[in-house]
Design a protein around this ligand. Structure first.
Ligand code: ZN
Length: 462
């Protein structure tokens, strides 16, 4: 057999920076090209040094628009890649605003650091807004279940991942010297029974599965209970006139939270407090949601018939400009502030946290996965003090963690998908070592003997 290799260049024994290289004698294809997040210098270095020459690539396939999967695509354009980026149309639309926003933030950060006298390659933006525009213009979109050719000897079909709008599980068929191999790339996997989106749909059998493992060691609480729990937390904070800060990615989590709050309002369970979504990006993303009903489940489509605006309710306010965002600092509670970034590594949520966490009346409500070495993780660990904008701030606010709103499947969802695809070999990615070890043990119990969690840079023969 000739060359048929898969190299794990990112999200290997960690949850960010998804990036994989598929090589045959006739094709070099990249699967996802996300940003690493975590320790600043280390992430910068990894994001800056692509492990291959973008000009040498024949094609790119993108599973979904989350930053840790798509956020470094503009670097490919910046490095001279002029080929196609295959994805769904909703993923393309989301990337059009997400990548632009990411480039603008980087240009702004670089400017700020330069004015403060910093020098060197670490402060340079990874890419420009032109790079972001260019890579989006290279997108070629495909609907679910429509097989397409990626390059000579490489074919792909998207299946609904049920993770975020437009997300796909990709089934690849790769040919080399008369040998064929199939691979299911399941990163990220959504959950069954979640609002808004359709349930994940298992692709047909494949020889190899590359499987995410974010919650490989956990089971999520059912969502109905979670909505009641959310109402209880918000009511408790409201009773003490506290501000509730919810760090949430602009994409996915924010819309699910709003939808849950909308349903709580309908059921009369939501405390009557103002909810501010403080992120211009979230507002734009919500607009894109309204434009892609083909991704919605039956419930959401029915809900849309009754409520023209299922993500809105009377107490909800969207904040777009910085001045209005700053005004929230001086406004008295109770109130809820939903703001990005999700892991509290940047964005406007930083100034809301800096302003609220020293007061025990307030609350930080954590609804997403917080990776190691992020501010979000330090808050989850309830450190007595955390650093924000280089200053030490005492953490006295109540910290509540709710995993039920996660867009990632839990251990049971991951095991179910493995049982449906029945691969001969499984490679675990997009998870921290403890979660991977737990999932690996469960998969072995279920009869999957060939399970590995590859290291960054590890190469396998397909
Ligand atoms: Zn994701």
């Amino acid at each position: 057999m000739g060359l048929m290799q898969w190299t794990f260049w990112g999200a290997a024994r960690e949850v960010t920076g998804s990036n994989h290289l598929i090589e045959t004698s006739g094709a070099r294809v990249v699967m996802d090209c996300g940003l690493f997040q975590g320790r600043r210098e280390e992430s910068r270095a990894k994001n800056q040094q692509l492990p291959y020459d973008p000009k040498s690539l024949d094609a790119v396939v993108l599973g979904h628009a989350h930053t840790d999967h798509s956020g470094n695509l503009p670097s490919l354009a910046g490095g001279g890649y002029a080929g196609d980026v295959h994805c769904t149309s909703a993923t393309r639309d989301l990337c059009a605003i997400m990548l632009q926003d990411s480039a603008m933030l980087q240009e702004k950060d670089a400017d700020y650091l330069r004015r403060r006298g910093h020098k060197g390659p670490l402060i340079e933006p990874l890419y420009t807004t032109e790079d972001a525009q260019r890579i989006v213009a290279q997108a070629v979109t495909h609907d679910y279940h429509r097989p397409f050719q990626v390059h000579d000897g490489v074919y792909a079909t998207f299946y609904d991942a049920g993770h975020i709008l437009g997300s796909a599980l990709t089934r690849l068929e790769i040919e080399e010297g008369g040998v064929k191999r199939s691979v299911v790339y399941a990163c990220d996997l959504g959950r069954s029974g979640m609002p808004i989106l359709r349930d994940p749909e298992p692709p047909p059998h494949a020889d190899v599965m590359v499987l995410e493992s974010t919650y490989g060691d956990r089971l999520h609480q059912p969502l109905v209970d979670a909505e009641d729990e959310l109402a209880a937390h918000l009511s408790r904070a409201a009773a003490r006139k506290g501000k509730v800060v919810i760090p949430a990615f602009s994409l996915g989590r924010t819309q699910e939270l709003l939808y849950s709050m909308h349903k709580l309002v309908d059921r009369g369970k939501m405390p009557r407090i103002p909810v501010y979504v403080d992120s211009p990006l979230s507002a734009n993303v919500t607009d894109i949601f309204r434009r892609h009903p083909e991704c919605f489940d039956k419930d959401m489509n029915e809900h849309l018939l009754v409520h023209p605006d299922p993500l809105g309710f009377s107490e909800l306010h969207t904040i777009r400009n910085v001045e209005d965002s700053k005004k929230l600092n001086n406004m008295p509670g109770p109130m809820v502030i939903v703001s990005a970034s999700g892991m509290a590594e940047g964005g406007r949520v930083l100034h809301h946290l800096a302003n609220t966490i020293s007061d025990p009346a307030n609350m930080v409500l954590v609804v997403g996965f917080m990776a190691e070495n992020t501010l979000g993780r330090r808050i989850v660990e309830k450190r007595p003090e955390v650093r924000i904008y280089g200053e030490s701030v005492p953490l006295r606010a109540e910290v509540v963690v709710m995993n039920a709103f996660s867009a990632h499947g839990d251990q049971a969802d991951l095991l179910r998908l493995a049982g449906q695809v029945k691969p001969d070999r499984i490679y675990l990615v997009h998870g921290e070592p403890a979660a991977q070890a737990a999932l690996q043990a469960k998969l072995r119990e279920a009869g999957f003997t060939n399970v590995e969690a590859p290291a960054r840079g590890q190469k396998i023969q397909l």
